[in-house]
Design a protein around this ligand. Structure first.
Ligand code: FAD
Ligand code: NAI
Length: 475
């Protein structure tokens, strides 16, 4: 086997494995190196997303939602459940099996697309006329030569100063997805995406969950109206969220974690919990790449410096995903992976950062794309807003979940859709229509004129579009 490749991708998360597949589709010879190991030491491609992120968190969110429904909501459908119980090991085992299916799926895709996979750690070992020398160490040992290198090494959880993750009591996302007994009291630092999703999982399974957030506003990046609605609903569900706090010195013993903090009113408080999830953001991961030796530019926050096309400062070296600027989302990483592969292949890959959707998979789900109302106000753009509550949607009533609304923001003159914000059932699926419309620079009227199947939740999107023109039909 030749060790010379057109493209060597370092990292097989959503950015890396998708870049590798796309490059191979374009007729390039491709290798992908990934270090992640499963519990048996075998390869586990898919990165953070597959192993300790998107996929396992959604598996547990689904399982815990079923449990919550059976315990609290089946009765209203006339379904009586007696002796409801929780087998946490089965639930965690199912989550692990879902992860394994995805790992195996990626290995299959590599084979199908003729991507040569190396299970090991990749680092720069120099440059010659033939290309970049990349050393693989670990399960696979190899010296590769690459005409192009794509760095897709992802990110790692950020720890609090002087409080390293032990994954027993001080948990990152990895530990939070593998707790073996439901804690009686669970603390969460950071009311961001992970804090809310993992807090929801363990609350539904019976833990008393307290979330401490440093910022004064809850979900400050989300449209304010949606954030307010979410805060109300989460409080009703029993998620105890405190914003505007300042942490003191956290102390952990074998049995409990004590979290002293100053609350928003300036009073000293103390939270004592069995376990603490620290979800205060993630940091780009470039350790061991040997970046300094080859002069790869890394900024003061640890991100690989790239231009708008994901080119680094080194010739034929690209970087995508969590390790570069922009939102740390799997689909953003994938889009950049495809675009870079296409650029290497001589095409004109493109990523539209204005239409990257966000989803928080709580119950209700929160999803949005484009600008928030507060951003439009700050920029002085004249806009019209239209909302429609799920309470007035027939399918939502039939489902028994009428929380939330769809809100569409459109330009006051041209009617172009500038932002769509959804809180409610299946918001994660509904947002796709908004992304499509915005990608085509469509107007609210376009959504309003499209025939939506009845009865569906998607009719709320149509009605919100009608509301932009103040002519809802069902509200
Ligand atoms: P990663 O997925 O981090 O993959 C990088 C890979 O590179 C890893 O396998 C790593 O082992 C490997 N690697 C690193 N250095 C080397 C090296 N030198 N040699 C070989 N291999 C190396 N995003 C969403 O869009 N939706 C979600 O629902 C969602 N849920 C999430 C839930 C949680 C709990 C977390 C933590 C994240 C979630 N994310 C979600 C974010 C998402 O996981 C990341 O944005 C995404 O994984 C980034 O992809 P990536 O390819 O850049 O990096
Ligand atoms: P986050 O950035 O979403 O939230 C971190 C929160 O912690 C912020 O609200 C921040 O103000 C707060 N914080 C920071 N320092 C603090 C301190 N000292 N004390 C108290 N609060 C503090 O980061 P999170 O939740 O760790 O997730 C990381 C990233 O992973 C997300 O930004 C997202 O990109 C990705 N992710 C995406 C998901 C999705 O798409 N559904 C799910 C989970 C993660």
């Amino acid at each position: 086997m030749s060790n010379q490749f057109d493209v060597v991708v370092i990292g097989a998360g959503p950015g890396g494995y998708i870049a590798a597949i796309r490059a191979s589709q374009l007729g390039l010879t491709v290798a992908c190196i990934d270090a992640w190991q499963n519990s048996k030491g075998g390869p586990a491609p898919g990165g953070t997303c597959t192993n300790v992120g998107c996929i396992p968190s959604k598996a547990l969110l689904q399982s815990s939602e079923h449990y919550d429904q059976a315990g609290h909501h089946f009765a209203e459908h006339g379904i009586e459940v007696k002796g409801l119980g929780l087998k946490l090991d089965t639930m965690i085992g199912r989550k692990d099996a879902v992860v394994k299916q995805n790992n195996e799926g990626i290995l299959y895709l590599f084979k199908k697309n003729k991507v040569t996979f190396f299970h090991g750690f990749g680092s720069f070992a120099g440059k010659s006329d033939a290309g970049w020398a990349i050393k693989v160490t670990g399960t696979a040992e190899a010296d590769l030569v690459a005409r192009h290198v794509v760095i897709a090494t992802g990110s790692a959880a950020r720890a609090l100063p002087d409080l390293p993750f032990d994954e027993k009591q001080i948990l990152s996302n990895s530990g939070a997805l593998s707790i073996t007994a439901v804690p009686r009291k669970l603390g969460v630092i950071g009311a961001g995406v992970i804090g809310l999703e993992m807090g929801s999982v363990w609350r539904r399974l019976g833990a008393e969950v307290t979330v401490l957030e440093a910022l004064p506003d809850f979900l400050a990046v989300v449209d304010t109206q949606v954030a307010r609605e979410a805060q109300k609903i989460f409080a009703k569900q029993g998620l105890d969220i405190h914003t505007g706090i300042k942490l003191g010195d956290i102390k952990a013993t074998a049995k409990q974690v004590t979290v002293p903090y100053t609350d928003a009113a300036g009073a000293e408080q103390k939270l004592v919990v069995d376990k603490l999830i620290v979800s205060i953001g993630r940091v780009p991961y470039t350790s061991g790449l040997n970046a300094d030796a080859v002069g790869l530019a890394i900024d003061d926050r640890g991100f690989v410096v790239v231009d708008g096309d994901c080119k680094t400062n080194l010739p034929n070296v690209w970087a995508v995903g969590d390790v570069v600027r922009g939102p740390m989302l799997a689909h953003k990483a994938e889009e950049e992976g495809v675009a870079v592969a296409e650029r290497i292949g001589g095409q004109h890959g493109h990523v539209n950062f204005d239409t990257i959707p966000w989803v928080i998979y709580t119950s209700p789900e929160i999803a949005w794309v484009g600008q928030t109302e507060q951003q439009l106000k700050a920029s002085g753009r004249a806009y019209k807003a239209g909302s429609f509550p799920f309470l007035a949607n027939g399918r939502a009533r039939a489902l028994g979940d009428t929380t939330g609304f769809v809100k569409i923001l459109a330009d006051a003159v041209t009617d172009e859709v500038l932002g769509v914000h959804i809180i409610g059932p299946m918001a994660s699926e509904l947002i796709a229509e908004a992304v499509t419309i915005m990608e085509f620079r469509g107007a609210a009227e376009d959504i309003a004129r499209i025939c939506h199947a009845h009865p569906t939740l998607s009719e709320s999107m149509k009605e919100a579009a009608l509301a932009v023109d103040k002519r809802t039909l069902n509200f």
